[in-house]
Design a protein around this ligand. Structure first.
Ligand code: HEC
Ligand code: HEC
Ligand code: HEC
Length: 295
């Protein structure tokens, strides 16, 4: 894009108050970059032992759920005026909180005990608003860690590595990994338009056949990660669009414009939407792999 245009866009923003921050900009930027790198680092390696394949079950996730239940139980019991049950739930919660705080040594400091003790004190006073306030304060501990760490833990452990997903390319017969399948899918998809533009209609038809075959192969990879059938991005409506492209390309003189419109629909509904769901995890893993290789 034209840089002058970008500058023009940026000017009103600067005028609207960003200019005030200019003096502190370099150091603030440095801090932000350092913070972003921390957040973007892979989660602590000691978690490896708490998730498959090293652990038979996602032990850390289960411990979280086991700690959350009695914590919510305190509030449930209080609403019903059951102080004794609330105390029993508190004891369970406090024990599990201590256990969980020891699971990941790098995170022990992120489990301060003070706010938890405040819940106990408020329960002893039988002061419901005070208990609720203490619960809320303890809840901040949970939330602070979740917004920093929960997503990257999911990205590392709940998502299989995309490069380890392999398939047989229907055109070349070769075994390819997921990224390679994507690149050849892309080539076939673009090839339809490129050759049509050059009025090489036969070649465009060949690209469509390759594209259609590779989409079929892609659809078969879904079940490698999903244990129930997922159709969404590769469902019957995609087949209908591919069929429409085929009908157009089989005409003696195909209309590039209508093929373009159909390709755009495929790009938006299939490629882009599937990317929005799956690439955040795939790219996070790729950044962590590349970071490791660089070290
Ligand atoms: C499963 C849903 C899914 C569908 C449907 C899908 N993709 Fe992808 N695509 C991915 C994922 C995941 C990656 C990242 C793979 C990786 O980095 O290992 C990717 C990566 C890519 C890349 C590489 C981008 C880069 O920067 O490396 C291209 C190109 C691409 N896809 C094209 C397409 C096209 C064209 C379509 C539609 C015709 C499509 N994809 C449909 C999931 C999908
Ligand atoms: C030091 C970090 C940390 C602290 C503190 C923490 N958690 Fe978590 N929690 C996590 C991570 C990481 C995950 C994601 C685990 C996963 O998806 O495998 C998680 C997931 C959860 C989940 C599952 C959420 C979902 O996605 O369905 C619950 C429930 C939960 N935590 C409750 C709590 C409660 C309640 C507290 C506070 C008393 C707490 N956590 C404190 C790190 C933390
Ligand atoms: C490398 C593993 C992997 C592959 C391959 C993969 N997915 Fe997913 N997908 C996931 C994960 C992980 C989630 C998050 C939800 C979960 O844990 O199931 C997800 C979420 C989704 C969702 C949204 C939530 C849901 O479960 O409905 C859809 C839809 C989806 N995928 C469709 C597909 C389709 C269609 C394909 C094949 C073209 C595909 N996926 C291939 C791992 C994968």
């Amino acid at each position: 894009m034209n840089t002058r245009f970008l500058l023009l866009l940026a000017m009103p923003l600067l005028a609207a108050g960003c200019a005030n921050n200019q003096a502190e900009e370099p150091s603030r930027l440095k801090n932000e970059v350092a913070e972003a790198k921390k957040v973007d680092a892979p989660p602590p390696a000691s978690l490896d032992c708490l998730y498959p394949p090293l652990s038979p079950e996602p032990a850390f996730l289960l411990a979280m759920l086991g700690m959350a239940a009695p914590m919510s139980g305190i509030a449930v019991d209080l609403e019903e005026g059951d102080f004794d049950f609330a105390r029993a739930n508190y004891d369970k919660f406090a024990t599990r909180y201590r256990e969980v705080s020891k699971m990941v040594p790098e995170w022990e400091a992120a489990f301060p005990y003070g706010p938890v003790q405040k819940i106990s004190a408020a329960l002893t006073n039988r002061d419901v608003p005070q208990v609720m306030a203490a619960l809320q304060e303890a809840g901040r501990i949970c939330h602070d860690c979740h917004i920093k760490n929960a997503t990257r833990v999911q990205q590392k452990y709940a998502w299989r590595d995309f490069p380890r997903v392999t398939a047989t390319d229907p055109v070349t017969g070769q075994t390819v990994n997921f990224g390679q399948l994507m690149m050849s899918l892309e080539t076939a998809f673009e090839g339809i338009a490129v050759d049509l533009e050059q009025r090489q209609v036969d070649k465009a038809r060949k690209h469509l056949a390759a594209f259609s075959g590779r989409m079929q192969t892609l659809a078969e990879t879904c079940m490698i990660c999903h244990d129930t059938e997922r159709k969404y991005y590769v469902d019957a409506s995609l087949q209908t669009l591919i069929e429409k492209v085929r009908v157009e390309l089989n005409k003696p003189s195909p209309d590039a414009k209508s093929v373009g419109a159909l390709r755009q629909q495929i790009g938006m509904e299939t490629c882009l939407k599937c990317h929005r769901v799956h690439t955040p995890a795939a790219y996070a893993q790729a950044r962590w792999r590349e970071g490791q290789a660089a070290r």
